[in-house]
Design a protein around this ligand. Structure first.
Ligand code: CP
Ligand code: NVA
Length: 308
């Protein structure tokens, strides 16, 4: 069963196919009510168990809307309400869920938990964010850039400012697969894990580490950041100091290309990683990016269930 745990193992062709399907389905349902089902109802009869061990607005709702629009059904579950929250093993949970549903998604802390569920479940498993990666998010980011350009992301220059976190790791994987340049600008103590950079470079990805954020954004097509304090981080006071020079400001955006866009997976903290002028300004595409979570999620579900 194809699991959607990280982007790199999928390879470039599968990621391209998922993006193309997401863009095609989004265009095909233009003007339809958001809860209306796509005409071909490709997941009629299919059931998703969507489990959250951490908070979520976009991922949770996009999973639900994606299944609805594909003609399937979803149960959204908090691990706290399941026996999982009382110590039932992830292994037994995986086996039981495989008897009930056709596909499972999990948002959790340890990446290994998603891998364990995937190893034991007889149905596909989707990573809905771990401490390591957030692949569903990056598909929406790629879609947003491709819509903006009216063509493939290849050849664009992206600047990631701030924390080398889970979202950055998935973006690094995407850069390894899809031929865009990714400039990483993080304080040294908050670098992304080197193994993600090494894997992307091994695929021929153009990853540049540029310590000064002003240099990183110079002539960029896309400026992207994320919270300085991710779910589970406990050292927020220290982080706010460490990242203070990495805020995406209008001055920072002025160094990028005149038609550069700003992306952020959300939730955002105005006055920390991004100024209100930028996120609420004309170059921001964060709400298009958020909407694209639904369209990208649909394509991921179809890929997992062998419908692409
Ligand atoms: N971007 C994102 O994953 O948002 P949520 O945490 O609200 O799901
Ligand atoms: N890096 C953030 C992303 C939230 C969608 C976190 O893990 O909290």
């Amino acid at each position: 069963m194809p699991d959607f745990i990280d982007l790199d193992p999928l390879g470039p062709a599968a990621v391209r196919a998922i993006l193309d399907e997401a863009l095609r389905r989004k265009a095909a349902r233009k003007g339809m009510p958001k809860g209306a089902v796509d005409a071909d109802r490709p997941l009629e009869g299919y059931q998703l168990a969507s489990i959250f061990e951490k908070s979520s607005t976009r991922t949770r709702i996009s999973m639900e809307m994606a299944m609805r629009q594909l003609g399937g059904s979803v149960q959204t579950l908090s691990s706290a309400d399941m026996q999982l929250g009382r110590g039932e093993t992830i292994e037994d949970t995986a086996r039981v869920l495989s008897r009930f549903v056709d596909v499972i998604s999990l948002r959790t802390d340890l990446h290994e938990k998603v891998e364990t569920i995937a190893a034991l479940a007889d149905v596909p498993v989707i990573n809905a964010l771990t401490n390591n990666t957030h692949p569903c998010q990056i598909l929406a980011d790629l879609m947003t850039v491709e819509e903006e350009r009216g063509g493939p992301v290849d050849g664009t220059v992206w600047a990631w400012l701030g924390d080398g976190n889970n979202v950055s790791h998935s973006l690094i994987e995407a850069a390894g697969l899809l031929g865009f340049t990714l400039r990483l600008s993080t304080p040294p103590a908050y670098d992304p894990e080197p193994r993600y950079v090494a894997a992307a470079e091994a695929r021929g990805g153009k990853i540049e580490v540029i310590r000064h954020p002003e240099e990183a954004v110079e002539g960029a097509d896309v400026v992207v950041t994320d919270t300085w304090v991710s779910m589970g981080d406990t050292d927020s006071a220290k982080r706010l100091v460490a990242f203070s020079a990495f805020q995406v400001t209008p001055e920072m955006m002025a160094r990028a290309k005149p038609d550069a866009i700003f992306l952020h997976c959300l939730p955002a903290h105005r006055g920390e990683e991004v100024s209100a002028e930028v996120i609420d300004g004309p170059q921001s595409r964060v709400f298009e990016e958020a909407e694209n979570r639904v369209h990208a999620q649909k394509a991921v579900l179809l890929w997992c269930l062998g419908k692409l």
